[in-house]
Design a protein around this ligand. Structure first.
Ligand code: UDP
Length: 326
């Protein structure tokens, strides 16, 4: 049995790879990653010979093998990165999904990490999977939002017309160890700036909210849904923390850990969603007993420890600019 993880050197992907390697029922796990937003250091601790790393764009990855399980995580997820390279973002998601489908063994399972961004700037809260969203298909976030939406469409249609076995999750904000220091998202920016003694910059007035899920809780859900619990449900499935916290509250919490660090206010980000919170009714049915156990306060402490010990030197020297070559 062969497994392929596209985007397996990234933040989410590398944690899933770690969990996959606990299994004993496969021979080969191929990680395909172009190291655009992923980092090879996220896999450097792995000593398992079943894991093979291939540096390649997912769209052009070539193999004679067919894979029994495919995980499509190959996409930037942070706004400054996908806004800077929209064509590449659209290609990774959509063309990546087309390519990976060709590599799926007959009867194999295709898993995809979609996003709460499919709900755009939501007009209902919390957002159930049935909410169709409020996305501007010509807006600055559309490369990410619409390519995730279109890939969902592609997969659900392949499931409907060809019987492809799919599993689609919609991840809400996730933070934790293995986020790049220059990832550009709120928690990583606040922590890395505070560690450098720089002011924390809140975009807009900070009243916009998110639901911040700590990585280990999110990976617990993915592991159960994708393989552990033997679930036969295509999704989409919201996965996230349903404790909704404003950005200014996160900034104030980080400041409470670094009292000398100032909070500044920067211009609002265009079309920044005002709120985001998962309706977890379906997750509770599909994954009984699962919930996010790590509060954002504890999670921020754990992430801070990791940045202190490891993270600050990873992918360093690229100061908030997407790198085209590594
Ligand atoms: N944000 C901020 N300062 C930063 C980075 C992000 O105020 O240094 C805000 C951002 O505008 C958004 C929220 O924090 O309202 C969450 O942003 P993030 O990039 O983490 O996630 P996403 O926008 O994808 O939900």
């Amino acid at each position: 049995m062969n497994i392929l993880v596209a985007g397996g050197a990234g933040f989410i992907g590398s944690h899933v790879v770690d969990r996959l390697l606990r299994r004993t029922d496969f021979e080969l796990l191929v990680v395909v990653d172009n190291l655009w937003t992923g980092l090879q250091s996220n896999l450097a601790h792995i000593r398992d010979d079943r894991m093979k790393f291939v540096k390649s764009d997912v769209e052009v990855f070539n193999s004679e093998l067919r894979f029994d399980e495919i995980y499509h995580f190959a996409s930037p997820a942070s706004p400054p990165w996908f806004i800077a390279e929209p064509a590449r973002t659209i290609s990774a998601n959509i063309r990546g999904a087309f390519r990976l489908r060709e590599l799926l063994a007959r009867g194999g399972q295709f898993a995809f990490t979609s996003t709460s961004e499919v709900y755009g700037d939501p007009l209902v809260s919390p957002q159930p999977e049935s909410y169709r969203g409020s996305v501007d298909c010509t807006g600055p976030r559309s490369s990410y939002d619409e390519s995730k939406r279109c890939t969902e469409s592609f997969l659900f249609e392949m499931s409907r017309t060809e019987g492809m076995r799919i599993k689609v999750v919609r991840l809400f904000n996730v933070f934790g160890p293995r986020t790049r220091p220059n990832d550009g998202r709120a928690v990583s920016n606040f922590l890395t700036r505070a560690l450098r003694g720089d002011p924390i910059v809140v975009y807009g007035d900070g009243s916009q909210s998110r639901s911040w899920g700590y990585i280990d809780d999110i990976i617990d859900a993915l592991e159960r849904y994708f393989w552990l619990d033997g679930i036969n449900f295509s999704g989409p499935l919201n996965i996230g923390n349903n404790r909704e916290i404003s950005v200014i509250d996160v900034a104030l919490y980080v400041q409470s850990l670094f009292p000398q660090v100032e909070i500044q206010f920067g211009p609002p980000v265009a079309q920044d969603p005002t709120n985001r919170c998962p309706d977890l009714t379906r997750a509770r049915q599909v994954l009984p007993g699962w919930h996010c156990k790590v509060s954002y306060e504890i999670g921020i402490g754990l992430t801070l420890d990791w940045f202190r010990k490891v993270g600050m030197s990873q992918g360093a020297g690229r100061a908030n600019l997407p790198n085209k070559e590594i």
